[in-house]
Design a protein around this ligand. Structure first.
Ligand code: AMP
Ligand code: GLY
Length: 416
């Protein structure tokens, strides 16, 4: 089969790596991919939000199956467009993708279907937002309704921060249309975890547990990033399977059915867990990055088979097996990330890495035969091992062998 993967990050490199192992895949394409993906797939220059161009490419190349990585094309309706033209795809339709595209829609969905979540108010203008603030105590959380590339959530310790954030979003339109509507919600305490599941509307099947590390510095300090590393299984999540299934997954699936939402793809549920009680922070309608890198390392069945089963509503029959090992992903970032970061530095040393290290590229570019940094998160070093300590030792020894100016990584992945 000819398979196309949309996207260009470490997550998409991991998906391409997984798909390349499938006996059914004859040819892989990536739109636009990255220099690492180029070693496994033919990469095509193009924008992930240029839906018509993607459709033309799928028709020209006679692509059999398209896997959509990022949320932007999903929320714009790429899956709808491809399916309307008779093409198979992995990734939810636009209406379903709205669970990530609109925080207010997601909160309303959770409230109506009794999925535990923080108490909230949805507001459509600044004056109403000021009134709504009076119903909460500090800290509280302000969330722009629309997609904001990770910049739409502010934890407000005091009224001044809340007012500044609301002003920036609703009056100064710092996040453009994404901040026209805002969700104000109660601050939740506990520990965070990500739950990735395959879902086809008839069944929902959790993948192996995985932990992301959001903050830039060790001990979970500093500003949030897209994710600095991941480990699977999640060392902090024990004995929660039944609770998560009963309190979150079952009502989620029932809600999809009751609302007639045709959801086929991955749902990535962000949770806060306090004293064994889960509450949903957010839905993402795609694989997590860098959660996917660790999860794919542990997959022991054919990824394309699973994705086809999801797309054709046969998830119940799918053969989904996992390696009984630990996987870890360490993200190497550029100097300055998650703020303004350096770009264009030469990356060296990849050829010195041990054989059992898998490198997924995230923000790299090839120029005149040289590999350069080209994003905040530059490279993902991944490995499998018998336990977390083995993975940590292997990855940290190898991280020293890769060099670029300003290279940074957290030293405590898996520990906090
Ligand atoms: P979200 O995009 O909604 O997951 O929010 C981004 C991050 O903000 C989450 O990963 C949490 O760290 C934090 N966050 C979001 N909502 C809350 C909440 N109600 N209470 C505490 N932290 C939150
Ligand atoms: N690692 C968090 C995300 O992919 O949104």
């Amino acid at each position: 089969m000819k398979v196309l993967v949309i996207g260009s990050g470490g997550r998409e490199h991991a998906l391409v790596y997984g798909l390349a192992k499938s006996a059914k895949v004859d040819k892989l394409y990536a739109w636009p991919g990255n220099p690492g993906i180029k070693e496994l797939a033919e990469t095509v220059d193009g924008k992930v939000d240029d839906l018509e161009a993607i459709l033309r490419f799928v028709e020209e190349k006679d692509i059999d199956f398209t896997v959509i990585g990022p949320e932007v094309p999903l929320c714009l309706g790429l899956a709808d467009l491809l399916e309307e033209h008779g093409h198979k795809v992995f990734g939810p339709l636009k209406k379903a993708a709205h669970l990530e595209g609109s925080k207010a829609f997601a909160k309303d969905f959770m409230q109506r279907h009794h999925i535990p979540t923080a108490a909230y108010k949805e507001v459509n203008n600044y004056e109403d937002a000021l009134l709504a603030l009076k119903d909460f105590t500090y800290p509280l959380v302000i969330k722009a309704d629309g997609l904001a590339a990770g910049k739409g959530v502010v934890i407000c310790e005091d009224e001044k921060t809340a007012l500044d954030s609301l002003k920036a979003m609703m009056l100064e339109k710092k996040l453009e249309d994404a901040g026209d509507k805002v969700v104000i919600e109660e601050f939740l305490k506990g520990f965070e975890c990500s739950l990735l599941c395959f879902v086809d509307g008839e069944a929902i099947v959790p993948m192996v547990s995985v932990k992301d590390h959001k903050q830039i510095y060790d001990n979970n300090e500093g500003p949030n990033t897209g994710g600095m590393g991941s480990v699977s299984p999640n060392p902090f999540l024990h004995g929660m399977d039944d609770i998560l299934s009963e309190e979150v997954l079952k009502p989620f699936l029932k809600g999809l059915k009751e609302d007639n939402i045709d959801y086929r793809g991955v749902i990535f549920i962000g949770l806060m867990i306090d004293e064994n009680k889960p509450k949903v922070l957010e839905f993402n309608v795609r694989f997590g990055d860098p959660e996917t890198q660790s999860v794919i390392m542990r997959l022991d069945s054919d990824l394309l088979d699973i994705m086809e089963a999801v797309s054709e509503k046969r998830l119940k029959e799918a053969d989904i097996r996992w390696k009984d090992e630990t996987a870890m992903c360490l993200v190497l970032t550029a100097q300055g990330y998650p703020g303004k970061y350096r770009k264009g530095d030469i990356i060296e040393g990849l050829e010195k890495l041990d054989d059992d290290i898998v490198v997924f590229h995230a923000g790299t570019a090839l120029k005149d035969g040289k590999l350069l940094t080209n994003g905040g998160r530059v490279l993902n070093l991944c490995t499998l091992g018998k336990d977390l300590e083995t993975c940590r030792q292997k990855l940290y020894a190898n991280a020293e062998k890769v060099n670029f100016v300003g290279k940074y990584y957290r030293k405590d992945i898996g520990l906090h």
